[in-house]
Design a protein around this ligand. Structure first.
Ligand code: SAH
Ligand code: SF4
Ligand code: F3S
Length: 477
């Protein structure tokens, strides 16, 4: 047995890519280890979305230096978005790296590792750029690679990511993703369905469909059949064993009424929508080239609430983008006050060399101002989340049980009875006392308390035994 260590930063796409790399290396006789020192191969799956993500990888690589000196046969590889973006720089900063592989070439990893072990020079496999056949190359890579799955690498054995879209064509001016992940392509619905069936056979109950702008999903078959996300959801809804379907990340402009009605009509579709607004100021949105106005976004929110009254909506915001004034920021605060998101991810603007903003717009908001705005927006969002979670007190929710809660894990609690955690259909975290046997089940839980991030509850038990619980596996929200 050869030992593999893998460290992943970045978004869910990267988690999924790591799952597939592990699955493919297992086929070549590797087993996973938590110990980078003992591993024969150490892989770093990287993210370039903000400077902080890159710094994290460089400090991990720095720790690897001595390890590699002590054992020159160890293979050190960098994969993912930073590998695609910065090949030369990585070799300059960490000359002991053996392997650099972009997100579109991951299926080559076993072969490249074998080459290095056979004494070859450092190996590099990245896309040529957005033109020059890159589309076909990346697509072929995902066709052979994506069906490889590894349950041990999933968030839980009952929840899996499933890629339906590759790349991004939106080119928001601050964002590096279109450069690292290449052009947008919708995967073939037949492949997606067959992968969903495999996941269901492996015991998976919740599938989270992934795409950078997942609701822009579109695929046209050779015969001219056009499939959109709503059609795909209807097909996936038929897969036996799957109880919940979620999809992230949504692009505000493509949140059509047809899609919202599909979510309303299909009980397995979670009434949870992550739709990043990024800013509440039209001037900022325009400089970001997001392609919508704040009025468009507010209209979309009205459409969501009119169609899905119980929907939970979450968002992303960038604070301190180029030229953002106090007044622009106040408009973002107002948007958050009005939309009352379930939660928001808030980021300080980080210049990404190679993007339009880095070339054309000065990064002129001081760090302290970015930090202050970040704190202020986060405090507002947390207050709203805490207030809205109070509405759940006394209500019964349907929870897919994921496992021991963070607190129980930290305390090292052993079962079978301990504090468990799970999620409602609309993606709210619920903790409650339960039995390890309940992990993987969908249970009715009554909420008795709530904080900004968590609902606290107790499992509802019925005297007649488990019979009535089955009703909650369908549609209960
Ligand atoms: N495709 C998704 C998410 C892409 S990256 C979408 O379009 O919403 C995830 C989040 O990181 C973005 O929503 C944005 O809020 C943030 N982000 C992207 N580039 C950034 C940058 N240069 N600086 C700070 N935050 C950034
Ligand atoms: Fe980046 Fe914009 Fe594409 Fe999202 S939609 S990945 S923010 S370019
Ligand atoms: Fe990061 Fe690449 Fe995802 S830059 S956010 S890992 S697509």
């Amino acid at each position: 047995m050869k030992r593999l260590y893998i460290e992943t930063v970045g978004c869910q796409m990267n988690m999924l890519d790591s799952e597939m790399v592990v699955a493919s290396l297992r086929k070549h006789g590797y087993e996973l280890t938590d110990d980078a020192q003992l591993a024969d191969v150490c892989l770093y799956n990287t993210c370039s979305v903000r400077q902080h993500a890159e710094d994290k990888t460089y400090s991990s690589l720095g720790r690897m230096k001595r390890c590699k000196q002590a054992n020159p046969r160890k293979v050190v590889g960098v994969m993912g978005c930073m590998a695609q973006k910065d090949q030369r720089l990585i070799f300059e900063r960490a000359p002991y790296v053996d392997l650099i592989v972009g997100p579109g070439q991951l299926q080559q990893i076993p072969e490249l590792i074998a080459n290095i072990q056979a004494g070859a020079e450092p190996q590099v496999a990245v896309s040529m750029g957005r033109r020059d056949g890159a589309v076909d190359e990346i697509k072929r890579s995902h066709e052979t690679f994506d069906p490889l799955r590894d349950p041990a690498m999933r968030p839980t054995p009952f929840q899996a990511y499933l890629r339906i879209q590759i790349g991004c064509d939106k080119f928001c001016t601050y964002c590096i993703v279109p450069m690292t992940r290449g052009p947008e392509q919708g995967r073939d619905p037949q492949q997606i369905l067959s992968e969903a069936r495999t996941l269901a056979e492996q015991g998976c109950k919740e599938i989270i469909l992934l795409g950078q702008t997942v609701n822009s999903y579109r695929h046209t078959s050779a015969a001219g059949v056009d499939t959109r996300l709503s059609g795909l959801l209807r097909q996936l809804h038929e897969v036996d064993g799957i109880e919940r379907l979620k999809f992230v990340t949504n692009y505000p402009k493509d949140m059509t009424l047809e899609l919202l009605e599909t979510v309303r009509d299909l009980p397995k579709c979670s009434p949870y929508l992550h739709v990043p607004a990024q800013s509440g100021s039209n001037a900022v949105l325009q400089r970001m080239k997001r392609g919508y106005t704040v009025e468009d976004y507010r209209e979309m929110m009205e459409r969501i609430h009119a169609t899905l009254p119980d929907a939970a909506v979450s968002s992303d915001f960038i604070v301190g983008f180029c030229g953002e004034t106090d007044d622009d920021f106040e408009q973002t605060m107002q948007l958050v006050r009005d939309c009352r998101f379930k939660n928001s991810f808030i980021f300080k603007y980080s210049v990404r060399p190679g993007t339009k903003a880095s070339e054309q717009l000065p990064d002129d908001v001081p760090t302290e101002v970015k930090q202050a705005r970040n704190n202020e927006l986060l405090a507002l969002q947390n207050r709203i989340s805490a207030e809205d979670n109070q509405d759940f007190i006394g209500r019964e929710v349907s929870v897919l049980v994921e496992g021991p809660s963070k607190a129980a894990q930290k305390r090292g609690d052993e079962g079978p009875v301990l504090q468990l955690t799970g999620r409602t259909h609309c993606d709210r975290i619920v903790v409650f006392d339960g039995n390890l046997r309940q992990v993987g089940n969908t249970l009715p839980v009554v909420v008795y308390d709530a904080s900004s991030h968590t609902l606290f509850g107790s499992v509802v038990t019925y005297e007649a035994g488990p019979g009535p619980l089955l009703a909650f596996n369908q549609g209960g929200r």
